[in-house]
Design a protein around this ligand. Structure first.
Ligand SMILES: [Fe+2]
Ligand SMILES: [Fe+2]
Length: 254
């Protein structure tokens, strides 16, 4: 798709995180893993938008959704091909280490998309904000990728489409809901914020849970281990004679 409008400027938050993104993308193995993850996100997003094209009653939206879905599938292929090229030159084929997924996310947030039951208005508001977030992040990713011109070119190409997606969804939202499209945007924005909060809270709960279990392991368990060892030392070695008066286990089942 083509866009006559200029590219979206990254948000202050994404610009602030540029040094972190630079570090995340500096490692080749991490880059491969992230590109593969991005490829999945784009392809899944394309599938959902294809579904939106099937269910919308608006012929113009159907055509735009179809073109949008084709773009997202193409982005998935571009990311996957670039990851495959990097894999060929990468020394180790897989890295189980840290990939910084939450530090440099896939951009879209299209994985939150629920097509069935959504009106075109809600769909367009959600898509506009998702594409805007993608355009902002991909701008930063492109800018920090000076050390890898081919990957930078992939982001540059995809960014062009994401900017178009961001713009057409806003234009169409204003067309189908001229009076209250801003209200729908705010509602979609608060829904995204709530989901972001839930993701952050889940991540934080995971970290706190691991921390508490580690503290329990090193602080609470040692006294019990010590007591168990002391009791074991007091136990007699070998067979112990049990008085026949206190044990009648041979005469009943329990
Ligand atoms: Fe995309
Ligand atoms: Fe997009």
């Amino acid at each position: 798709m083509d866009s006559a409008r200029p590219h979206e400027r990254p948000t202050a938050f994404d610009r602030m995180l540029a040094p972190v993104h630079r570090w995340v993308w500096s490692d080749t193995d991490r880059r491969v893993q992230k590109l593969l993850r991005f490829s999945e996100t784009e392809t899944d997003g394309g599938r959902d938008i294809l579904r939106a094209a099937e269910v919308t009653p608006d012929p113009r939206l159907r055509r735009l959704y179809l073109e949008h879905a084709i773009d997202e599938f193409r982005h998935g292929v571009l990311f996957r091909h670039r990851a495959a090229e990097l894999l060929k030159v990468s020394a180790s084929r897989s890295s189980p280490g840290f990939h910084g997924e939450w530090l440099a996310p896939g951009g879209h947030g299209l994985d939150d998309l629920q097509v069935d039951g959504e009106s075109d208005i809600d769909m367009l508001a959600f898509l506009h904000l998702s594409e805007k977030a993608a355009a902002s992040r991909f701008t930063v990713y492109r800018d920090v990728m000076q050390h890898d011109p081919p990957t930078r070119a992939v982001f540059e190409e995809i960014l062009h489409d994401e900017t178009f997606h961001m713009n057409y969804t806003l234009t169409q939202l204003a067309r189908v809901e001229p009076q209250r499209h801003r209200r729908h945007l705010w509602r979609a924005r608060s829904s995204r914020l709530w989901k972001a909060y839930l993701r952050l809270a889940t991540g934080l709960a995971g970290i706190l849970g691991s921390l508490l279990l580690t503290i329990q392991y090193f602080v609470i368990l040692p006294p019990f281990a010590w007591l168990a060892k002391r009791t074991a030392r007091r136990e007699h070695v070998g067979w112990t004679v049990v008085s026949s008066l206190t044990s009648d286990s041979l005469h009943r089942q329990y």
